[in-house]
Ligand binder design. Structure first.
Ligand code: SF4
Length: 900
């Protein structure tokens, strides 16, 4: 903390800040507790000290320690015994108290009295009882379910994280396929690792062992300010890890190493050129790894598919020594051919590796320099340093176990993957690690984060499919072609996509465009702000106006909540029960995962307002609608473990005919994971968390699968298959993917990744690229971070927030100076905003940078939420503006900048 603000004095000062805000609020009165809180001297002995779990971001993995005095939480610190954060908290975690005691929170259930909906309309809120609110919502849900359950849309965001009911179980019991996550489209960083590494995340660098780290577009998560990841990054740098950051902005990672500015939207060209240098110029790659750990030796026929053994249907390889084709798993293969042309049963074929090598022959550093603006010599140097630092062939012994040792990692973050070719780029970024054998071994890119409901347990991550290749998981398990489509999110057309909320709102406006035979009528809004998070907010608002009934569970009266008919006040962090079992993470202070531990979020204080925890609301609504009990009900579905954070198992399975409280659910989550001896009440006053220590070997998936038992896909045959399948089905039903020409779409479904150009012609006056980035104070923040006065105070220390940033030389060439008011107008989005200009050396010379997502427009939020600019306003939202594989938005839009 700079400016001599100690954490403790910040807490004291901030309580006072909240108190003043309470008196200044013109819509709500502040809670009585606030006055008490300001009078409490935090140095006095608390009545109770509670150990709990931070709920201020999507991660919930940090342990916290709370002091409670006279029923008020007066102090928060990190729990030093929590293996994830070792006692540290990020700014969001430290600002928890200001979130809880925010006078702008929704305090009572509210009913709209003004039927006219719009962001500038006063809804005419009227306070009602919980009974009236839940009864009205249940009636609407029952009505729509009897008519057509698909007409109900569940719309939530990251702030739902850490809840025990996350909604998918409710939707399935209800009968709607329309579970929509609004935060996905700017976060399609899961496809490549799901396809190639069998896991939801990765590759992440290995903080304990990586020596050379290439971070592209916010790799490492230090920029995002996650407490565990930031500590891990700091430790790794202190231990000598070299950081090379490829990014249009000099971010946190770049400031600790070498920053190489890149033109936005050209990261794919950079990684392809790196591969060209490694394969065609240096000719230094991990040949043994490529032969024995990847599908590169599999023979491929003229149709692009594996050539298979006639009897077993297994893919064939060519044995160089025996000069014969053999099945991939034949133990007699003496050496695998990576090059050459062969004739197998009359089919001319070649190893997949040869096709891959040919595909990158033209991607020279000189070619990439034109695309990226990065000098060819620099690209060559980075590729050479990457290979040299990989120490191909070396091993390391950790606690008696010998591992391959490849201390380099090429990691990508949201900024690089949020491109129209994002899914392909993610695959290509993993392939560059593959070339030097740096996957799932010490020092390399790690894909498995251990057992929770989304990250595959280490032993299972690399489990092979029938062809001996890592089986695709999570996002990369393609959806079957469904016709006519049922889902609003168009996953029939985008079978791998992460989340498509932008399409959902487009489909509400125009169902026929997406071949839908129904129009949605009822929507839940919870834990995510579609108006702010998605591009082109007017379109989202227009779609919401079209719906017959919206109910919101909300922390404050933000933009989507303004459109609701009923608003239910949401209990937040310290007012809620929940539980989670987490692994330590690979890029955290401990360096390796080391332990799986369980955490409980305790209800630390009485609820400040008349709010309820969403889990309780959902259980109550499920009971009223008739979908809580019995076979196929919510309890039954929670028992399956398909939706809950941890499956309810054994004696802790839910009884199908019992209504559970949130606390009971949390306790059963803990007991299911840890056994009966762990109890949520016992954990309340214990710093030490129930944990299971893991052997070093369990941290690295490759060791769970010895050589010869599983292979990574370097040749992406399954992508080719899915593209062909999609094309065949679309032709059969005579449909086309909205917003896409078939040929353009199929460019993304190729077995080798190639450079792709945007097809849209853009007038030359739109000569700058608009970028934005996550900010450490707000990224992934749960409800209310934009309204938190403590975070606002910390954020003011960042000169790049709330302004329009431009490279200093570029700005001066155009006659701009610091503090000018300028307009930023986009071509694709067709929208514009004005703001104050900040000239800075920290940006690529073709870039206009706008931090985070600010500039809320709801008049009933804390006024500090209106500060800053809403970047997404100038982005485009059409189906052709997304990555058809990962589903993410394209984030490299052209804008023009001119003085106001
Ligand atoms: S990273 Fe920050 S907000 Fe997230 S759980 Fe940790 S302390 Fe809380």
């Amino acid at each position: 903390m700079s400016r001599n603000i100690s954490r403790r004095s910040m807490i004291k000062g901030s309580v006072a800040t909240v108190t003043l805000a309470a008196f200044g609020a013109n819509f709500f009165d502040g809670p009585k507790h606030i006055v008490k809180a300001s009078a409490v001297n935090p140095s006095t002995i608390p009545d109770e000290t509670v150990y709990s779990m931070c709920r201020q971001c999507v991660l919930p993995a940090c342990g916290i320690k709370l002091d409670v005095k006279d029923g008020v939480a007066v102090n928060i610190e990190g729990n030093p015994e929590a293996p994830s954060n070792n006692g540290a908290l990020c700014s969001r975690g430290n600002a928890t108290l200001a979130s809880v005691y925010n006078p702008y929170r929704v305090k009572k259930p509210l009913k709209r009295t003004n039927p006219k909906k719009g962001i500038d309309e006063d809804p005419g809120w009227e306070e009602i009882s919980w009974e009236e609110a839940l009864g009205t919502i249940a009636e609407e849900l029952k009505r729509v379910r009897a008519d057509d359950p698909r007409k109900f849309v569940w719309n939530n965001g990251f702030a739902r994280s850490g809840s025990m009911l996350e909604g998918m179980e409710f939707c399935e019991a209800f009968g709607t396929p329309n579970y929509v996550e609004v935060d996905g489209p700017t976060c399609s960083v899961h496809f490549g690792c799901s396809l190639l590494m069998g896991n939801f995340t990765g590759p992440s660098y290995d903080a304990g062992y990586t020596k050379y780290f290439i971070a592209v577009g916010e790799g490492s998560n230090a920029t995002c300010g996650y407490a565990p990841n930031t500590q891990g990054f700091a430790d790794a740098v202190a231990n000598g890890m070299k950081v090379v950051c490829i990014d249009p902005k000099c971010n946190v990672e770049a400031s600790k190493g070498e920053w190489i500015p890149i033109r936005p939207g050209t990261d794919l060209a950079f990684v392809l050129a790196m591969q060209h240098v490694i394969v065609h110029e240096l000719k230094r790659f991990d040949v043994e790894f490529i032969k024995r750990r990847t599908n590169a030796p599999y023979l491929v026929g003229p149709d692009g598919h594996y050539v298979r053994d006639k009897d077993t249907d297994k893919p064939l390889v060519w044995d160089e020594i025996a000069n014969a084709a053999k099945t991939f798993d034949d133990k007699t293969v003496a050496d695998y051919a990576l090059n050459g042309k062969f004739d197998v049963n009359g089919v001319e074929c070649q190893p997949g590796f040869q096709i891959y090598v040919s595909s990158i022959v033209d991607y020279t550093p000189e070619w990439a320099e034109e695309k990226t603006t990065i000098k060819a010599d620099t690209i060559r140097r980075i590729a050479r340093e990457f290979v040299e630092n990989a120490q191909i062939g070396s091993t390391i012994t950790i606690n008696g176990t010998v591992f391959p040792y490849r201390p380099v990692c090429f990691e990508v973050g949201r900024g690089a993957v949020t491109q129209f070719y994002g899914g392909n780029f993610h695959c290509s970024s993993i392939i560059v690690n593959m070339l030097v054998g740096a996957l799932d071994v010490p020092g390399g890119g790690i894909g498995a984060l251990g057992p929770n409901h989304k990250c595959t347990p280490v032993p299972l991550a690399l489990k092979p499919d029938k062809d001996g290749i890592v089986a695709p998981k999570v996002e990369a398990v393609p959806r079957e072609f469904e016709w006519p489509p049922n889902r609003l999110d168009a996953k029939t057309f985008f079978p791998y996509s992460h989340d498509n909320p932008h399409i959902v709102f487009d489909a509400i406006l125009d169902p026929e465009k997406y071949y839908l035979d129904y129009t949605p009528e009822v929507m839940l809004v919870w834990g995510g702000n579609a108006v702010v998070r998605l591009y082109q907010p007017e379109k989202v608002l227009e779609a919401m106006q079209k719906l017959k009934f919206i109910f919101a569970i909300s922390y404050s009266l933000d933009e989507p909540t303004q459109m609701a008919d009923i608003v239910l006040p949401e209990a937040v962090g310290l007012e809620r029960w929940s539980a989670a079992t987490r692994p330590g993470m690979v890029n955290t202070p401990n360096g390796t995962m080391k332990a799986i531990f369980s955490m409980a979020a305790q209800q630390v204080i009485d609820r400040v307002y008349d709010s309820r925890q969403p889990d309780e609301i959902f259980v109550d609504l499920a009971e009223r609608v008739g979908i809580l009990y019995g076979k196929g009900g919510v309890n039954d579905l929670l028992n399956t473990g398909r939706f809950a954070p941890v499956p309810f198992t054994g004696a802790f399975q839910l009884d199908l005919n019992t209504k559970y409280t949130a606390k009971e659910l949390a306790n059963r989550v803990l007991k299911s994971a840890r056994g009966g001896e762990v109890d949520i009440d016992k954990m309340r006053h214990e710093a030490k968390l129930p944990a299971q220590l893991l052997p070093e070997k369990a941290n690295y998936p490759s060791l769970a699968w010895p050589v010869g038992t599983t292979r990574y896909a370097l040749y992406l045959e399954n992508l080719l298959f899915k593209g062909e399948d999609l094309k065949t089905n679309l032709e059969r039903v005579k449909a086309q993917v909205p917003g896409w020409e078939m040929d353009n779409l199929m460019e993304h479904y190729q077995p080798v990744v190639r450079w792709m150009e945007k097809k849209r012609q853009i007038p030359s006056e739109y000569d700058m690229y608009a970028i934005n980035w996550k900010t450490a104070q707000y990224s992934f923040g749960n409800g209310g971070s934009a309204e938190n006065p403590w975070l606002d105070e910390v954020a003011q220390l960042d000169p790049h927030l709330h302004v329009i940033c431009m490279n200093r030389s570029t700005g001066e060439e155009r006659g701009f100076k610091d503090g000018d008011t300028v307009w930023v107008e986009s071509f694709e989005g067709g929208s514009k905003f004005e703001g104050r200009l900040k000239l800075s050396e920290a940006f690529h010379h073709e870039v206009v940078g706008i931090a985070g997502l600010f500039g809320h427009t709801s008049k009933q939020m804390n006024p500090i939420a209106r500060k800053g600019l809403h970047f997404n306003k100038v982005m485009a939202n059409g189906p052709g503006d997304i990555d058809p594989i990962g589903g993410g938005f394209d984030g490299s839009h052209k804008v023009k900048v001119y003085k106001a």
